[in-house]
Design a protein around this ligand. Structure first.
Ligand code: GAL
Length: 448
């Protein structure tokens, strides 16, 4: 259910214990450079090797079926159709927030040498199992050599697009912010709560309590059916209480040196859980978010894909009906969540895949997609004029941010095997709410 990096092939085991794995880690941490050809971790330039002879059907696997996300993908695909009318698109979603269903689907297909033309994946560490096993083609020239991509993309995004290798293996298409707190304005106003004046995660608890006392609304919309939303809530609380430096220590595996910090942030999330909806265990993130739209909930912590859902809802307007603020304690921080598309080896349609990836890297694609998705473009030359006031404000916050940490819940901060262990710890936490036991599991999560 998560991006775990159990070996995709026997070769993965060999490579991750050897020099190639180490080179991959160093490559991701380093800054962006020109993607040279060759090197380890990528297959030959796309179209070569055992790829098929290429037909005009493009099968694309992704998880964007929720409100706002479907509209964004449709906008991307209709722009692609205009640019390449000869390609027939087979839109094949694997629904489930944060890729909770997609990974198994893709891993099985890759193992069976039956990959789709392309699939959605977080750039950065989530790519490592694939690059370790040489399962992604090098697209440094065939795709990244076009449309000024190498000069237009942000450096940090270019580094993530290489998946720990020296070559480009993916095309990032968006930048989401994770550390948001969204709210329904009339609900918070009816309780006399001013979200902008909440300065830290503990004060948020007081605000939730006031909402509970003063209104019939759910204080904090949230889903616990799948652990990822609680992993992201915890990591955001942790940053809000301890700062990005301590978070970086945590993701480096220095959990024991942070025992009291980790435990107090877990306690905080446990206190918030008193204010979650009664049906939190059986709903998805977008159903939870609908309660904010309907005025049945006051707050939600989510990535700004939540705002894509607001945009897709009629009569729920930014600044009139809903507002947002950086999660308490995290102003100046822009926690990054990105998505990308890749070119798997054994590709059933190399030509159509190359066309799609090339299109995904254009200004046109990034304008159409991000304006609906609730994200900002990773290209720096896309005009924000058509993005509306919310995303214009996010873009300014991004430009003015001091720190842009990665995220565990969305695959950029730790390798998939560590992420999977952390998600298991949180799955237990959601059952037991046992802070000490969860802390112990977080310590051992890094033993992979
Ligand atoms: C993230 C993904 C976003 C959004 C979100 C909710 O992992 O990067 O684009 O889809 O999950 O499913």
């Amino acid at each position: 259910m998560t991006h775990d990096d159990t070996p995709i092939s026997r070769r993965t085991i060999l490579k991750t214990t050897g020099a190639a794995g180490a080179a991959g880690l160093t490559g991701l941490a380093g800054c962006a450079g020109d993607g040279g050809e060759g090197g380890d971790g990528t297959a030959t330039e796309d179209g070569g090797g055992s790829d098929g002879d290429g037909d005009n059907a493009l099968e694309i696997v992704h998880w964007w079926t929720a409100g706002g996300e479907k509209e964004a993908l449709d906008a991307l695909l209709s722009g692609f159709k205009e640019a390449y009318p000869d390609v027939e698109v087979e839109n094949n979603p694997a629904p489930g927030g944060a890729g909770s269903a997609l990974d198994t689907v893709i891993k099985n297909r890759v193992l069976n040498e039956d990959p789709p033309s392309t699939f959605q994946i977080w750039p950065g560490k989530a790519l490592f199992p694939y690059t370790d096993a040489d399962l992604l083609n090098d697209i440094s020239e065939s795709v990244w050599g076009k449309n000024d991509m190498k000069s237009a993309y942000l450096d940090g995004v270019q580094a993530a697009a290489k998946g720990g290798t020296e070559n480009f293996v993916s095309v990032p298409i968006n930048i989401h912010r994770l550390n948001n707190l969204f709210y329904n304005k009339s609900v918070v106003e009816s309780a006399n709560v001013d979200p902008e004046s909440i300065n830290d995660p503990n004060q948020l608890l007081d605000a939730l309590d006031t909402i509970a006392q003063e209104t019939d609304a759910t204080p904090m919309a949230h889903q616990t059916q799948s652990p990822w939303s609680t992993v992201q809530l915890w990591e955001t609380v942790f940053i809000g209480e301890q700062g990005v430096g301590e978070f970086e220590d945590f993701i480096a595996g220095n959990v024991e040196s942070l025992e009291s910090e980790v435990k107090s942030s877990l306690e905080r999330v446990k206190s918030y859980s008193e204010y979650f909806p009664d049906d939190a265990g059986s709903i998805s993130w977008d159903t939870a978010n609908s309660a904010v739209v309907e005025g049945e909930a006051a707050f939600i912590h989510q990535g700004d894909w939540a705002a894509g859902q607001y945009k897709a809802s009629s009569e729920f307007e930014y600044d009139t009906d809903w507002g947002n603020t950086a999660f308490p304690g995290t102003s100046g921080v822009y926690s990054l969540v990105m998505d990308s598309f890749v070119f798997p080896t054994n590709n059933p349609s190399p030509e159509a895949t190359r066309k799609f990836l090339t299109y995904a890297g254009t200004k046109d694609a990034q304008r159409r997609f991000n304006a609906k998705k609730g994200s900002i473009p990773p290209r720096t030359d896309v005009s924000m004029d058509e993005f509306g006031p919310f995303l214009q404000a996010q873009s300014e916050d991004f430009a003015n941010s001091n720190e842009q940490p990665t995220t565990i819940a969305h695959g950029t901060a730790v390798r998939p095997s560590v992420k999977s262990n952390i998600e298991s710890a949180f799955a237990s936490f959601l059952e037991s709410w046992d802070v000490d036991a969860t802390y112990d599991e977080l310590v051992s999560a890094f033993d992979v």
